[in-house]
Design a protein around this ligand. Sequence first.
Ligand code: ACO
Length: 329
Amino acid sequence: MSIIDEIRSKSSALNKKIVLPEPQDERILKATEELIKSKICRVALIGEESVIRKDAAAAKACIDGAEIISVNDPRYVDSFAKKYYELRKSKGVTEAQAAEAMKNTIFFAAMMVAEGLADGYVAGSIATTGDTLRPAIQIIKTAPGIKTVSSYFLMVVPDKSFGVNGSLIFADCAVVPEPTAEQLAEIAVCSAINCRKLLGVEPRVAMLSFSTKGSATSPSLDKVIEATELVKKNYPDIIIDGEIQFDAAIVPGVGIKKAPGSPLEGKANVLIFPDLNAGNIAYKAVQRLANAEAIGPVVQGTARPINDLSRGCSVSDIVSTVAITALAT
Ligand code: ACO
């Protein structure tokens, strides 16, 4: 069974409710049919019922069993606007602006999740990454002890000798452009926790750089070294090493030469990149050159799970991302 089939099957046992706030996209309607048919989770679509049903018929998507909720639903319209106003008034948001924000289906979805009316949301087939994440950052907020929302990719490479039978976690490849040392440490910790959850193994975290254990000196290495120390100090149970080069992190023969005594032993399964340039380039390079499957970006660090789709996503990508979201709850 592939890792993604395993995720789909594990999530179906949980019967979670995931909100999809972009039902105007026919891929979302087709994914809804698949999610309900495969019993991966319950689905709530945000929008006007008559419009959604008409679009579903046109797309030949059977959405029977999906809940449909309007942003004008009298059960929520005033209370959601009031709650959003309370959350954002210190930032200058007025009551009128709060009511307007709640007409946005992604903000509405975020409020549903924050209020416990659903377990998570998935958007981004139409909205940008920023517009998908901002409602979660403002309304759902970060998990206890975490200040930074970030993301990871589950990379599945054909060579099964790497990572966990070919599966590795890459982070952050999509959210935080220039992480500080503290943010880099949080990205490492969240990714380690997700490695346990998703891959079912102990994380071995490599804090990547162009230098291995002092082989080069540059101010740009300082934050990687500092982040590694922060994780070691605050999470002594996590196996971590850095700064370390990519090859020394994942090839035992190179690891023993360049980083003798490293707890990673050239067998890292969680790879943390120093910034978004490095992470984003690396995941795309591995995806294309090694013919790897890239599942993500999976958002991490929020108090409840939410996820961002690529605007080029397929129906199958949406189903997998929703399954990962349901599993993360
Ligand atoms: N975690 C937690 N809080 C955050 C984060 C974060 N990563 N980023 C911003 N914030 C908070 C700020 O503290 C601030 O809070 P406040 O309003 O309560 O004071 C608020 O969010 C706004 O901060 P800004 O710096 O103005 O952030 P902005 O809203 O402009 O953007 C965002 C934040 C959306 C996460 C941005 O960094 C972003 O768009 N990242 C995505 C980068 C991207 O485009 N990636 C595409 C590649 S995807 C791919 O290839 C698969």
